[in-house]
Design a protein around this ligand. Sequence first.
Ligand code: XLS
Ligand code: NI
Ligand code: NI
Length: 437
Amino acid sequence: MAFFNEVSKIRYEGKESRNPLAFKYYNPEEVINGKTMKEYLRFSVAFWHTLTGSGSDPFGSGTMQRPWDGKAGIELAKERALAMFEFCEKLDIPFFCFHDRDVAPEGETLAETNQILDEIIAVIAERKKSSDVKILWGTANLFSNPRFVHGAATSCNADVYAYAAAQVKKAMEATAALGGENYVFWGGREGYETLLNTDMQLESDNFARFLQMAVDYAKEIGFKGQLLIEPKPKEPTKHQYDFDVATVMGFLRKYGLESYFKMNIEANHATLAGHSFQHELHLARINGVLGSVDANQGDALLGWDTDQFPTNLYDTTLAMYEIIKNGGLHSGGLNFDAKPRRGSFEPIDLFYSHIAGMDAFAKGLKVAAKLLETGDLENFINERYGSFRYGIGKDIVEGKTDFKSLEQYALKNDRIINASGRQEMLEAILNRCILEV
Ligand code: XLS
Ligand code: NI
Ligand code: NI
């Protein structure tokens, strides 16, 4: 059964092509730095946006026209699961990601909900046998149902906490059963609105206990995938606990959980936290916790998670720069946590938007590889910090100084000479690379 009949397999036609249903830069088998583009980029489709997203917003109902319109319940869930495979295959996208509640509807009770989920997971597992499409990560939706009004693992209600644990247990089992390569924790409503009613200390401690139980359970069921935490500073709660990479690292270190988790970094969450996408990737990379990426972009004029498809070449280039320096994404990938705008409501817009994002990252990969090959930025930085390779700088780096010895040095050397940071010259080098590649 085909869902997207008007589209056949999308092919690479090169940058001269004017065909909107062709790749201009994404050439899956092209080798960059010893790896194919497909291996480097590890693209993934987000089930929640692409298959279940309706286009509704706070002011109006859904606008999306989809091949499965008119279906409901389990039948709808099955159609969407099958459509996901066709969609990925047509775009040559090797992975998809899902929440438990995207792929299957909830039943009346938790037991019934679990049973429905099992039924759909079996459909996915069966279809997977005849496909190369794999699961990048699974996760649990601990935010949509009204029971999570005060959070899940940070709820004030112990019954909700237990329910959330049961749900994550099941979602981990489902992810493991499908061979998922990672499991993600996005702290949906893990945060608070006001300290007038919140015991932040208890909520943090409980959150850490929850994550420890998840670590233990993953081990118990032999789940080998990487556990990931996805930072986000706000929305839906005013103060989300997993604010950004630095905050999450501090939290994990406080509770001795740092060796079990890496980060799933979302571009639009970085900008909501007042950081650039590259900042978050870079910080994670130098701390060995760059795990995976939710590839989207926000709008600088809007203060919320607009989840747009990534088309900004500066951002994709600098992201790929970090990813190449990270030695690739390892078990992670570039998951399009992005949705076409509400006005782009036809099924074919799903193809246009993924092609736009894939080409933007493929171009970013090529430019970043070129930038690294020329060494222009690396050499500049290397030289900029040259003073730490000899004399007093070398002593500082080797831990051989103290305040007294540094004072002695400074007293004899107060004619300090600084060099220009050359920001604009470097920005022009970046521009030249984008235009040339
Ligand atoms: C929401 C998050 C969410 C996670 C998965 O802002 O990005 O979609 O990626 O729960
Ligand atoms: Ni996300
Ligand atoms: Ni998001």
